[in-house]
Design a binder for this molecule. Sequence first.
Ligand SMILES: [Zn+2]
Length: 414
Amino acid sequence: MAQHFDILIKRAALRTQSGQLSEIGIRDGKILALAGYLEGDATSTIDAQGNLVTESFVNPHLHLCKAYTRQMMDEEALTGYHAEGMGKAMTTIELAARVKEKYDEVWIIKNVRRALAQAAMHGNTHIRAFADVDPKARLEGMKALVRARDEFKDVLEVQVCAFAQDGMVREPGASTLMHQAMEMGADIAGGIPWIEYTEADIQQHVREIFDLAQKFNKDVSMLVDDAGDPGLRSLEAMAIEAIRRGWQGRALAHHARAMALYAQPYFQKVAALLKRANMAVVTDPHTGPLHARVKELLEEGVTVCLGQDDISDGYYPFGRNNMLEVAFLAAHLLWMTTNRELESLYDMITVNAARAMNIKEHALKVGAQANLVVLAAPNVLEALREHTAPVHVISGGKLVDRARMESLARTGEW
Ligand SMILES: [Zn+2]
């Protein structure tokens, strides 16, 4: 039966079907048909030329309000160096805080648009974006992210995470600001419990973030155990609280770098808790020397995914929201190099990341949302080797306008 499609992709290699090519018919935002041959016509026809077509990329962790602030920091450091000789003594965190005192939606929004346009060009259709919420940053990052979420809604989905970067208990005023951020329309309640001074404060931080999540009926993201101290216990606290509150499947753990140093029996206990809490772990091995025990977590059946984490800020100099590049770096840093492991890495930037972010139907199958990338490589190995931007990105059944995104990525002007 001949059908009409909005987009028809021909000669597509699929990850699940080696040696044969497929055709994918898209209409009204969804994958309408998938077969070796589809009869019908289309408004746009794409010839994939035997290259890979997969689910689009999903980035579950990005400090979006900080994107491209590195240059400001360098200038700050230089200024400090010449003024009273203070620059050399300052730590990155203190410099980061100084940048936040200058936070203003007016300049943040331009950086945010540049980063999101780059993300779209590189095939991302979903991003969990963190906005610092504290007395220095105030709600300026939140304002910019909420605005960009709306501007980009036809291109990609931004989940705005209100993030208590400087703590809830140790930082006076943070609780009130976090409440205001949730009222502004944050999609996610975000915490960082390990940064508190005492064990009791860590527990209180976890409880306060879950209180916000429950009050506003939102999911939770927390940066946990993000230092080289094997005694950190905030991942465990987060998992236990998720189970207590019935928030299984609604809490996502980030970083968990101290996991690399956990004693084995303790690691096994935490892995069991993660499974009971149906809690996934986002790791970003390129932004720090320690990282979550990815291979062991996968063996235990815990969902693991990769995040970009930072783009040119005080913590990481590079980044362009290219998840193939993130996976390429992870392949080296995690020593995941067999074909099975490369496929696993590809899952970690597509379907696993979508599951972690509670995105429904992120699958290349009939009836699912048409969020796809058409790559310039025939298989996962070659896609990772070159990690070039997709030839075409389809978001919500529509082709992403590359020229428009390139212009936005340059100017930041909507
Ligand atoms: Zn991070």
